[in-house]
Design a protein around this ligand. Structure first.
Ligand SMILES: NC(=O)c1ccc[n+]([C@@H]2O[C@H](COP(=O)([O-])OP(=O)(O)OC[C@H]3O[C@@H](n4cnc5c(N)ncnc54)[C@H](O)[C@@H]3O)[C@@H](O)[C@H]2O)c1
Length: 401
């Protein structure tokens, strides 16, 4: 492979764009591909369409240096990365249509010796499926195509640092593919690069998120038990965590996001008999969101019984976790929309989004002043140390105080 291989990045979202920009910042020529013309146009102006600290400056820099170009059609390159969505469909089955569509798109541009790396979170066997799809259409590449899987484990809000510094598991469909993929990631990753096979690398990503989901489910279950027992769950967890070998996570409104709320289902759908804890954790975390809705509705009923008025409810936070703008699979959004759908008078607050991104948002101060019931659904920094207004019902599901 060339000293500075050329790169195509399929998908320019939360993962693809920062990765493409970081690679370009190392002096490699990167072509970013997305199906949305608006995304392509924004990036080609040196601007960004997502919220991620420091990403705007980096994208501006590499685009103006001519190292990153966005387009809707892939070009021929030495290395292809695929970071497109992998949601679920139907009864929580993985939807691979984006991965397969992106793969089909690059097939005509592949040359001998090309390296294709899947980064999208995927069920076990997807990398092999991708390789089979390519070889079916381009049989002459059979012995001269390298295919690998390398999962992404970055934390939104700290993506640029983690992309560079996190360790990574890299699994090729053959040892030579693994070697080539590791050599490629050395261009921009300083974390350790751990070689494995494609299936193991695929499963590594899934179990990382299933493990987090299980731990959060434990915390969420505790929060509901403590509520019934009239015990402050935050104090309980703080005290239990004084034990040198106990580390209970924080409960919340449920579990959301593109990863933890989705990926465990990829294991459950493939291995239903042997993934009972994994399934149960998903169910508990989803149930916690319903429980939150019921708590708010009960507070509303009490308010109405006491005052003979319908309450105004402030839903504080819509994102799936603190200090980001991402609404995907967000339990806070689900709670808010469920209350609106049931006819409650709801004020929506999301300090990380502007009214241009979503209609009907109000400022934090407006909601605090005008609501009767204030439900903290996300632990955004803007909500910490807020003055507690007198005479309002405050329900804190995220332990702000
Ligand atoms: N966001 C995270 O924090 C995170 C972390 C780890 C892993 N992942 C995984 O990474 C993958 C990508 O996630 P994301 O958050 O970047 O998603 P995203 O929705 O932010 O971005 C995906 C982009 O791919 C584009 N796209 C869809 N089909 C395409 C195609 N055929 N060709 C080119 N572009 C196409 C979309 O328009 C979109 O801009 C997913 O599998 C996700 O599970 C995400």
């Amino acid at each position: 492979m060339a000293d500075k291989p050329t790169v195509v990045m399929m998908g320019l979202g939360y993962i693809g764009l920062p990765t493409a920009a970081l690679i370009a910042s190392r002096g490699l020529q990167v072509t970013g591909v997305d199906i949305h013309q608006k995304v392509v146009d924004t990036i080609n102006r040196g601007e960004i369409h997502i919220v991620e600290p420091d990403l705007d400056g980096l994208v501006h820099h590499v685009v103006h240096k001519g190292l990153l170009t966005a387009t809707t059609e892939p070009v021929s390159a030495d290395v292809y990365l695929i970071a497109v969505p992998t949601p679920f469909k139907g009864d929580h089955e993985p939807d691979l249509s984006f991965v397969l569509a992106a793969t089909k798109k690059i097939i005509p541009t592949l040359k001998k010796g090309a390296l294709v790396i899947l980064e999208s979170t995927s069920p076990v066997g997807t990398t092999r499926k991708m390789q089979n799809l390519i070889i079916k259409e381009r049989p002459e590449l059979k012995e001269e195509l390298y295919v690998a899987y390398c999962p992404e484990r970055v934390l939104p809000g700290n993506v640029l640092h983690e992309l560079k510094h996190n360790d990574r598991a890299i699994g090729g469909i053959c040892p030579e593919s693994t070697k080539k993929a590791i050599a490629f990631y050395k261009h921009f990753v300083v974390g350790d690069l751990h070689p494995t096979n494609a299936k193991t690398a695929e499963m590594v990503k899934l179990v990382e998120n299933a493990s987090r989901d299980n731990q959060i489910a434990f915390a969420n279950e505790l929060s509901m038990i403590c509520d019934q027992a009239d015990i402050d769950v935050w104090e309980l967890i703080e005290l239990a965590n004084k034990h040198p070998r106990v580390n209970i996570l924080r409960p919340g409104t449920g579990v959301g996001g593109h990863c933890i709320a989705v990926d465990p289902w990829f294991i459950v759908s493939e291995f239903p008999e042997h993934s009972q804890i994994i399934r149960k954790a998903r169910e508990i975390n989803n149930y916690k969101t319903q429980w939150v809705i019921e708590k708010i509705k009960n507070a509303a009923l009490r308010f109405e019984a006491d005052t003979n008025k319908k309450p105004v409810i402030a839903c504080m936070g819509l994102a799936f976790k603190p200090d980001i703008d991402d609404l995907r699979e967000s339990p806070a959004l689900f709670v808010t929309e469920s209350l609106i759908a049931e006819g409650f008078n709801v004020l929506q607050v999301e300090p990380n989004l502007s009214n241009g991104n979503r209609e009907g948002l109000v400022e934090t101060a407006h909601a605090i002043d005008n609501a009767d019931i204030i439900a903290f659904l996300v632990g955004h920094k803007e909500f910490k140390n807020l003055e507690a207004p007198k005479g309002k019902t405050i329900i804190d599901f995220v332990g702000l105080r």
